[in-house]
Design a protein around this ligand. Structure first.
Ligand code: NAP
Length: 473
């Protein structure tokens, strides 16, 4: 049986107990996951802190390790994609895309490691200050604790670990309990690429125990977290004044105006609603479609989705695989049933098979239905007609969240109105809410979090600025 061990003190070790990792599609027992005890968590943190204090890797060395790691992930794309399918139940196509993006994220982190710089501060611009020079440098923080979600088991881990190492920190990583394998493979690759084995630790175990111990420890200087708003808020309350990057929940919307190019908008919306079975924080959950194109848009959307294969994620033609657990499938199915009970219509959908919810499109939805006002995190999209753009924008803004939104329009005025008034971390014109390039600054506002991902921006957060002034002796 495959073993997902802990990595601490420079060695792969057993945990104090094991849990079964089960396949998200057929429930096969895939691996034993070793869960860390409290002493192991403390030892992992202390060991990485000691190693990072002893020596900070020079930027060129960080570049070399991270670029070699990127090369190794690319060379082992199949193994990484297999791990992502085993972890998350994503289709093989989604898993390969995630592996490709992780290569990008590591490459970007490698490049940025060579560009960490401060600025010259012209002190003599102040009255009475002459002959003094000043500049800032950026120093690593120490230990970055990375806690990651199930829905991007490789690339989100790369987005935490890559910039943390590029910035000269050590890392203690706790991936989601559902998805331990991809993180383990990434640690293996970093070590093979030459990362000193005492600068990283990997601990498995539940959020309520291992995660909580990580939050209670005084050792990490920075918490890089992606997950639900509920856990993010708990993290923020627990770690006090320490710095955090919190990438949290969302309720993502995309607008389709009556002047949009539907031939472009429809396939992009379909991909953004259903890839990874809709388990993406920026998934198109709410589609605001202007009245004039509503019928054409819904027809085209339905045609694009109907008849696509669902089920086994390892079959190449599978469009939508299982969601992360049967419990989540139960919740999603009950939200669909609740919406239908309150008057919504299922335009396309199908019969649920255990953990697989077929791609589902609903119309006649109301703003107060669960499908509209709570994060679905499943392959379900609700179409909401609008006539006036300002009203659609007001409804989209009327949630506690603000991660990303998209708008399809040929009208520059409408595009600028959306850009200026949608209160989001990103607004994408002629793309969906789910558009992302890994080098972007990426983060949310309101209850979608604070801080940004994207290696260049994350490195800035994972370093601290120091001002140096120089005067003549
Ligand atoms: P989650 O339940 O919040 O878990 C995220 C991580 O936190 C997991 O590693 C979890 O461990 C850990 N955790 C749970 N309780 C903890 C505690 N008390 N102390 C420390 N760690 C704890 O989120 P998820 O269900 O895995 O992911 C889905 C959520 O992530 C969605 O809300 C989605 O919107 C959000 N997300 C946001 C972004 C973004 O960029 N804004 C991107 C991706 C996902 P266990 O797995 O062991 O519980």
């Amino acid at each position: 049986m495959r073993q997902a061990r802990l990595f601490l003190g420079g060695a792969w070790v057993d945990g104090v107990s094991t849990a079964e990792l089960r396949d998200k599609y057929d429930d096969r027992h895939l691996a034993d996951v070793h869960e860390a005890g409290r002493e192991q968590v403390d030892a992992a943190l202390a060991g990485v802190a000691r190693a990072q204090r002893r020596r900070v890797l020079p930027p060129y060395e960080r570049y070399r390790v991270l670029s070699e790691a990127a090369r190794l992930v690319a060379a082992r794309r199949d193994a990484f994609a297999d791990a992502v399918v085993a972890d998350a139940g994503f289709t093989i196509t989604d898993a390969e895309r995630e592996a490709d993006r992780a290569v990008q994220t590591l490459e970007l982190s490698a490049e940025e490691a060579k560009r960490i710089h401060g600025e010259v501060v012209p002190l003599d611009g102040a009255p009475g200050v002459s002959g003094r020079h000043a500049f800032t440098i950026r120093r690593p923080l120490g230990v970055v604790c990375a806690i990651t979600p199930f829905n991007s088991p490789l690339n989100t881990v790369a987005h935490k670990v890559g910039p943390a190492l590029a910035a000269g920190n050590g890392v203690v990583l706790k991936p989601a309990s559902y998805t331990p394998l991809s993180a383990g493979l990434l640690v293996e690759v970093l070590l093979e690429a030459g990362l000193p084995d005492d600068l990283i630790a990997l601990v498995h175990g539940s959020g309520g125990t291992v995660g909580q111990w990580l939050l209670e420890s005084p050792v990490p200087s920075f918490y890089a977290f992606t997950g639900s708003t509920e856990v993010g808020e708990h993290l923020h309350r627990t770690v006090g004044l320490r710095r955090t990057q919190l990438e949290l929940g969302s309720l993502s919307s995309t607008i389709v105006c009556d002047d949009a190019d539907l031939a472009r908008a429809v396939p992009l919306c379909v991909n953004a609603a259903f890839r990874k079975a809709g388990q993406v924080c920026t998934s198109v959950q709410r589609l605001y479609v202007q009245e004039g194109v509503l019928a054409d848009f819904v027809d085209a959307l339905t045609a694009e989705v109907s008849g696509r294969a669902v089920g086994d994620p390892r079959q190449r033609d599978t469009f939508v695989g299982p969601v992360i657990s049967v419990r989540e499938a139960d919740r999603i199915a009950s939200w669909i049933a609740g919406a239908v009970h309150s008057g919504a219509s299922v335009v396309t959908g199908g019969t649920r098979q255990v953990g697989v919810i077929p791609p589902t499109v609903l119309t006649d939805v109301k703003a107060d239905m669960d499908l509209m006002c709570r994060e679905v995190f499943g392959p379900v999209v609700s179409v909401r007609p609008f006539t006036d753009l300002d009203e659609a924008i007001a409804e989209i803004n009327d949630t506690p969240f603000g991660l990303a939104a998209g708008i399809f329009t040929a009208d520059l005025g409408r595009a600028l109105t959306a850009a200026e008034t949608l209160r989001m971390g990103s607004v994408h014109i002629n793309e969906t809410s789910s558009s992302r390039v890994d080098l972007m600054p990426y983060g949310g506002v309101k209850k979608s979090g604070m801080g940004v991902e994207g290696p260049r921006y994350a490195i800035e957060e994972m370093t601290e600025q120091r001002l140096i002034t120089l005067g003549r002796p």
